[in-house]
Design a protein around this ligand. Structure first.
Ligand code: SAM
Ligand code: SF4
Length: 342
């Protein structure tokens, strides 16, 4: 009866334990797996509805002072070219996204101190002034004061993934980072009133289902609103290039269980998932996910932002396809239709 007990606890919104989540991650029963996905999809429908939120991501710099062992733009990697986008160039993309009706832009980069708080504040203010778009930052660890200044300038959301809550694995994959420091950053962001984003990778070396269960409880306890769950994908030229990639199946299961446990959250159908399975985003949208991020980095820079090998370039066309195939709805605010991007 274990399975039914767990599922009724979820439906009654009772606290669920690490052992119970682990059970859901591990079960090999076809019926149980199907029930997990169906319940997650149903819960997504009831709580966040049928509309797939579409956001634009601009990867504005691939310079990084860190050397995370899994990442294709780590400082030790030879990428074809290191680039930085200037304000004008970023604004051009922002205006294009804005003209499509898109309401949120994600500004992502390596940990690049070239972009001082001053530069970022100027950019954030300009985006707000010219478009009023919501701004998500994904620029890694900074001081509390920096986070505060950026928040005051108008940044709304911040995506800083914990990557794994297993401290040994965290240390093994992050030569420059400290788990407690990452946690402190995440708590600071919450305190400052950011819509707090986190997430993890599935299939990290040494990671067990128990660790993923712990990650999901962490998202819940920290009241994380946006949770990016993607498979680990080996990147050429990194210390982890020969490690096996995370599985699509386990990633989808983690997405579904995160919906079941965290309930009213933003769950992207990640680019990483789309990169290892052409139908990955459709599958994620049917397993509890409700957001797609368009890669809106100018074409000339994209090949230099290969954080993992064979990264899929999610564009409007592929986003429209995933929304259609998953039987979901496009947001009303979009000013561009699938016919226009054929
Ligand atoms: N530098 C910032 C940071 O680390 O938070 C933002 C950019 S970083 C490239 C964004 C995300 O990419 C990380 O949170 C990590 O989960 C993901 N990532 C990097 N390398 C990856 C890989 N090999 N496989 C899957 N995801 C990866
Ligand atoms: Fe830099 Fe982020 Fe890649 Fe780590 S994951 S090397 S911080 S870009």
């Amino acid at each position: 009866h274990t399975f039914r007990d767990i599922m009724s606890k979820i439906e009654e919104d009772l606290d669920i334990t690490k052992e119970e989540i682990t059970y859901l991650l591990k079960t090999e029963s076809k019926n149980e797996i199907e029930a997990i996905f169906q319940t997650a999809d149903q819960m997504r429908k009831e709580i966040v509805g049928d509309v797939v939120e579409i956001r634009g991501a601009i990867e504005f710099s691939n310079h990084c002072k860190k050397n995370c062992n899994y990442c294709g733009i780590r400082r030790g990697c030879t990428v074809p070219k290191r680039y930085r986008m200037e304000e004008e160039e970023i604004m051009e993309v922002i205006h294009q996204l804005h003209s499509w009706g898109i309401k949120t832009v994600i500004l992502q980069s390596g940990e690049d101190d070239y972009y001082t708080t001053e530069i970022l504040v100027k950019l954030i203010r300009r985006i707000k002034r010219e478009t009023k778009m919501m701004i998500t930052l994904s620029i890694g660890e900074r001081s509390f004061t920096d986070y505060e200044t950026l928040r005051e300038a108008g940044a709304n959301n911040f995506l800083l993934k914990i990557e794994t809550t297993n401290k040994d694995i965290f240390k093994f994959i992050h030569p420059d980072d400290d788990f407690d420091e990452r946690l402190k950053c995440s708590k600071g962001l919450r305190q400052l009133g950011y819509v707090n984003g986190s997430g993890n990778m599935i299939g990290l070396p040494g990671q067990r289902p128990e660790d993923i269960a712990e990650d999901i409880l962490f998202f819940k306890d920290m009241a994380i609103h946006m949770i990016g769950i993607g498979p680990f994908i080996p990147a050429k030229g990194t210390p982890f290039e020969l490690y096996p990639q995370g599985s699509v199946e386990m990633t989808l299961r983690a997405v579904a269980i995160t919906r079941l446990v965290c309930k009213n959250v933003f769950l992207p159908a990640t680019t990483a998932l789309a990169s290892i399975d052409p139908d990955g985003q459709t599958k994620a949208l049917q397993a509890g996910a409700n957001t797609i991020m368009l890669i809106s980095t100018p074409a000339k820079y994209r090949s230099n932002y290969q954080i993992y090998s064979n990264k899929n370039m999610i564009d409007l066309q592929s986003a429209f396809r995933a929304v259609k195939e998953s039987g979901r709805k496009l947001p009303k605010y979009l000013k561009i239709s699938p016919e226009e991007v054929q």
